[in-house]
Design a protein around this ligand. Sequence first.
Ligand code: AMP
Length: 283
Amino acid sequence: MRVFKLQSDLNDYLSRMRLRRRKIGLVPTMGALHEGHMALIKASREEADITVCTIFVNPAQFNNPDDLLKYPRSLEDDLEKLKATSCEVAYAPEASDLYDLDMGEQVRFDFGNLGQVLEGHYRPGHFNGVALVVLKFFNIVQPDITFFGQKDLQQFHIIRTLIHDLSYHIQLRLVPTVREKDGLAMSSRNRRIPEGLRPLAGRFYECLIKGREMLYRGSSVKEVKQHMEEVFKRHPELELEYFEVVDTFKFTVIDDIQNKESTALCIAGYLNNIRLIDNVMYI
Ligand code: AMP
């Protein structure tokens, strides 16, 4: 596996590969890699000749400085995992390779409703940072195809919008969420959950499944929301930030399910100050 720290070196290498008509797959990550990330790498390896995994904890997408500080970092370990999955290229830059640290970043994105609801509402500036860094990677790597996880469903729609509205010729793939045995969506942040509290983390997924069942049986979205709030109130270590049912077509929050295929149940909250998010599609 080739490991690059500098975009100039990565560029040289990828230009040569492009001349040889190699199909390039891009998997952006923030490291602390787990099986969820590996599913993206594997999906890319199936479709692309060269998979480029970026490992970069992007300061621009953290609205909470403490979250950025505590975000797990394990580069050596990550590189080993990528090698074991036969990933061809890792790009793990310092912030100075991507940002002019004196200037700061000036550009702002407006995604309309998509950027304002759920994660957009509770993490102001988050999607601006995501869009900025992903566009940098698109321009640096110039991938033919790119892979994102369903775990961050709204982020996937942000990327879909960028690709569509800015006419990038990049194929976009959504990879299903990889879960622990109890259903907890794998996440780098899970490493920070104290062992004693770990069983409670499974409640997020349980709630989504229960909520979906309630909707199937005819409960209203309002009733399901009330149920979620009650479950979370029973556990002082848990805090519900939001539970919403959305139509993913335009990412509108809905009270009433119209189009089953595009409906998703989304949840976010805290376990002992660690922020967890998850979602399931209605069908
Ligand atoms: P992150 O390192 O958390 O920024 O995630 C990098 C990519 O991996 C994003 O496209 C995520 O949606 C995806 N991802 C993270 N966790 C999972 C998971 N449990 N299953 C599938 N994809 C995931």
